[in-house]
Design a protein around this ligand. Structure first.
Ligand code: CMP
Length: 142
């Protein structure tokens, strides 16, 4: 089915000037960008977005990293978009990411791992609503 998923290009990949290359991977895979915003997250926003991880030992490092520079936030739409985006990203830890995936090609570490993508339909809905109002998501047709 056609789905929407939330994607974030993290500060490390933005700093590497890799936004275009990553967008090109989305587009070549048939995913359409239907909303996008570059933003500097506040500590409160980063903590809110990753609230599900707040008891994890890596939470503080994760939040500090996510506010270390601007991020690019987008909604991707397409057939099976959630799984497709996860396939393009590769494993969370770039050392385990398959060759040719975004994390294998652009990420340095499990913290600075280039991209985030929603992990399921419920999270996708929540994460999209965290960043975008419904009217900010554009309708695209073939
Ligand atoms: P992301 O998909 O953005 O979701 C949470 C992030 O926490 C994850 O990517 C990683 O960048 C980061 N992280 C750091 N350490 C870990 C860990 N041990 N397990 C999972 N995620 C981690």
């Amino acid at each position: 089915a056609v789905e929407q998923t939330l994607s974030i290009i993290k500060p490390d990949a933005v700093a590497k000037n890799a936004i275009g290359e990553i967008y090109s991977r989305f587009e070549k895979a048939g995913l359409r960008i239907v909303a996008a915003r570059m933003m500097q997250l506040s500590r409160e926003q980063a903590e809110g977005f990753y609230a599900v991880h707040k008891e994890r030992p890596f939470f503080n490092d994760l939040v500090s990293f996510m506010i270390s520079g601007p991020v690019m936030v987008q909604v991707l739409e397409g057939e099976d978009a959630i799984a497709k985006n996860r396939g393009l990203m590769g494993a969370t830890n770039p050392k385990e990411a398959a060759p040719g995936t975004i994390r294998a090609d652009f990420a340095e570490s499990i913290d600075a791992n280039a991209v985030h993508g929603s992990d399921g339909a419920d999270t996708a809905r929540e994460e999209i609503a965290f960043f975008f109002r419904p009217e900010e998501i554009c309708k695209r047709t073939l």
